[in-house]
Design a protein around this ligand. Structure first.
Ligand code: FAQ
Length: 318
């Protein structure tokens, strides 16, 4: 070691000080290997969630009840695919290739958000997904705009703007159904009842059970804990349900004056762990569909690579 080179411990201390000082970490900066690995894990799972998340809604584009609704849903699904692309690109800045990330999704070693393993059975589900799933995603992602890794933080700023349009279009579908015929109101209530609990599970296990939270909070990868964000979502959703004139799915929901928050029922954690470990309703179907689409797209990737090589060769000749 040269006289001036720093030890791992010194580099680590400088890194942690930068985090404390709210400096963004950029791709070429020194970072602990464990920070890099944890970021690759979270960011790639986030990217996978955006892409797999297009499946439940994509399935309804051809069945949207009007041309306007079809155009809105199509735009939303395209946005989600775009979010996946920003996030894969941001993850690649950490020195991992897109094909490695996709392989980990397809072989089941990388997870994606549990919510997308629930089936979208009715048009009401398009309202509930936009309102509750995008709503929960925003609560989480607004805090991630301040995450310590620069490319991740910047991608979150744009993604949050688009997610808020997604949330509004979903809530508008719910308003129309809730104010419609009694059959439409039942449809809205049924979608709320089915999507409310899985939306709460999107925030992950309780803090006491969360394997990564302590490190991620220390490194400011995560800015708020799973339980804090879940509570925020529970609290903000109460008045939205009231406005729709629907019944709250949680019969134990009660305002707690002392805490300044709503108390609510415990979630079904057996269901949560079954879903994240590959045994939800749609896990197999979602991955099979991804593999099929990926294989069918091989010719596009090959054509792009051939086009790129042609240009590189032309530049060498010139
Ligand atoms: N689903 O130690 P923690 C969207 C896993 S975007 C599946 O607490 P962490 C937009 C976790 O990965 C939605 N797995 O983990 C949209 C870990 O497993 P591992 C996605 C989950 O990372 C809308 C293990 O459990 N958003 O919806 C879940 O500190 C509509 C232990 O958990 C993000 O990804 C879950 N719900 O906290 C698109 C946001 N929860 O990796 C289309 C970024 C936990 O050791 C249509 N991610 N696990 O094998 C995060 O904020 C965090 O990663 C958490 C989990 C909060 C999700």
């Amino acid at each position: 070691m040269s006289k001036h080179s720093k030890t791992e411990a010194e580099l680590d201390a400088i890194f942690q000080q930068r985090i404390e000082d709210e400096q963004k970490i950029e791709p070429k900066d020194w970072m602990p290997d464990t920070y890099r690995k944890n970021l690759i894990r979270q960011m790639s799972q986030h990217a996978h969630s955006e892409v797999i998340g297009t499946q439940p809604e994509g399935n309804w584009i051809t069945r949207a009840p009007s041309l306007r609704r079809k155009a809105v849903l199509l735009a939303k699904v395209q946005d989600e695919s775009g979010h996946g692309l920003y996030l894969y690109s941001a993850t690649e800045t950490l020195g991992v290739s897109r094909s490695e990330l996709i392989a980990a999704l397809q072989d089941g070693s990388a997870k994606y958000a549990s919510i997308f393993n629930y089936p979208a059975q009715t048009w009401g589900d398009m309202g509930a997904i936009g309102w509750l799933v995008d709503g929960a995603a925003i609560v989480n992602q607004v805090s991630l705009q301040r995450t310590s890794y620069g490319p991740y933080a910047r991608s979150m700023v744009r993604i949050c703007k688009e997610e808020s349009f997604h949330q509004r279009q979903g809530y508008q579908v719910m308003i129309e159904l809730a104010q419609g015929s009694s059959k439409q109101k039942c449809l809205a209530q049924d979608s709320l009842n089915r999507f409310y609990w899985p939306a709460l599970m999107m925030f992950g296990p309780h803090d006491s059970e969360s394997a990564h939270s302590a490190k991620s909070m220390k490194w400011k990868i995560k800015r708020e804990t799973n339980d804090y964000l879940r509570q925020k979502f529970i609290d903000q959703t109460v008045s939205q349900i009231e406005f729709l004139g629907l019944e709250h799915p949680d019969k134990n929901l009660k305002w707690n004056e002392e805490r300044g928050h709503y108390d609510s029922s415990e979630l079904d954690w057996d269901e949560f762990y079954a879903v994240i470990n590959g045994n939800g309703h749609c896990n197999r179907q979602r991955i099979q569909h991804h593999i099929k689409a990926h294989e069918e797209g091989t010719w596009v990737r090959e054509a792009m690579a051939a086009y790129k090589n042609k240009h590189i060769k032309a530049q060498h000749v010139a």
